[in-house]
Write a protein that binds this ligand. Structure first.
Ligand code: AGV
Ligand code: CA
Length: 315
């Protein structure tokens, strides 16, 4: 069946496209999904996730993969304007054609569901997190023994650049949003022994959403999977002349691709810590005595886009 994966996401456009993509990876066995209401809303995030598994999962996925609802809340809320994207994806006709949902909702909240799935696994599990780390931090507090079951964490979050992507009153702009939503959770995970592969903002510089990228998906829309990806990204502004606060990169999709094919990227070890309070809260910094993480510092964009296109084409 391939390597086991547990996926926690926060219901943004690229989070939901990421769920679609992991379902296409032949060598990945998805053992659970959970949704945290950070850069998206919970109800449409749950519904869209279950519908994506129904529509694009392998035969049988609807009967085996459960979606768990997070009851975690962050310290710094995302802009509602971005969070509204979840309603758009959940309303796409391609997900609503059948009119019924088969994939079950888990009985346990996200962090407890993840603990249950990890403890039940007889082999190490990869964790993919494309939103804040809150559910993982809580799971580690509640059941530290899960560390032994975790092969590695692949996380989209943080940045070692001077400039992050948070532009909020009372903040100095140095943090990345997933880290800013719950800085203490980052600190908790950094203080664990889990191996971490990090896709930070600088990792995604070469993979912005552009008009040519969209046009390639449009030209292949006869394939249902690429039609879905194109429809999802239609909600997001592409990079045209210059970057703005709302320019979209393929943040979570690159992170997901690292799980499916690590050879797409280059990684190096960085020693780091997170600032938990004050005007730089959520900022990740390099420090000589910090905890080591593998930072993705380069990607071959053509190979990356070919990879996600071919996964989608076969859906
Ligand atoms: O900081 C990147 C994270 C990723 O997990 N999210 C979006 C991705 O799902 C927050 C974010 C930053 N800028 C955004 C974001 C934007 N312009 N629109 C929506 N979300
Ligand atoms: Ca996300």
């Amino acid at each position: 069946m391939g390597k086991k994966l547990y996926f926690n996401h926060d219901a943004g456009v690229d989070d939901l496209v990421s769920l679609f993509l992991v379902l296409q990876m032949k060598d990945v066995e998805l053992i659970g999904v959970s949704v945290i209401p950070a850069d998206g809303y919970l109800e449409p995030g749950m519904a869209a996730s279950r519908k994506i598994i129904d529509r694009f999962g392998a035969p049988g996925a609807s009967g085996t993969v459960e979606v768990a609802r997070s009851n975690s809340r962050g310290r710094n809320p995302f802009p509602a304007e971005w969070r509204m994207h979840t309603f758009f994806v959940d309303a796409l006709p391609i997900l609503n054609e059948p009119g019924v949902i088969h994939t079950r909702e888990a009985g346990l909240p996200a962090h407890k569901h993840m603990i249950q799935q990890l403890l039940a696994s007889d082999e190490p599990v990869t964790l993919l997190f494309t939103g804040p780390l809150t559910d993982l931090a809580r799971a580690l507090d509640e059941a530290p023994e899960i560390e032994e079951k975790i092969d590695k964490l692949v996380w989209m979050g943080g940045t070692f650049n001077e400039k992050g992507n948070v532009q909020e009153p009372e903040h100095d702009g140095t943090a990345e949003w997933n880290a800013f939503w719950d800085p203490e959770a980052v600190d908790r995970v950094w203080n664990s022994g889990i191996k971490i592969e990090l896709v930070a903002l600088e990792s995604t510089n070469k993979v912005p959403l552009t008009v040519p990228v969209r046009n390639r998906w449009a030209s292949l829309r006869r394939h249902a999977g690429l039609d879905f990806v194109g429809q999802c990204y239609a909600a997001c502004p592409p990079l045209v002349f210059m970057e703005t606060n709302s320019t979209y990169y393929l943040w979570d999709v690159l992170t997901t691709a690292v799980v499916g094919d690590p050879s797409l990227v280059e990684m190096k070890t960085v020693h780091s810590a997170v600032i938990a309070d004050g005007p730089s809260q959520g900022r990740t910094v390099e420090t000589a005595d910090g905890r080591p993480v593998s930072l993705v510092y380069d990607v071959e964009p053509e190979r990356f886009f070919d990879y996600i296109t071919s996964l989608s084409q076969n859906a």
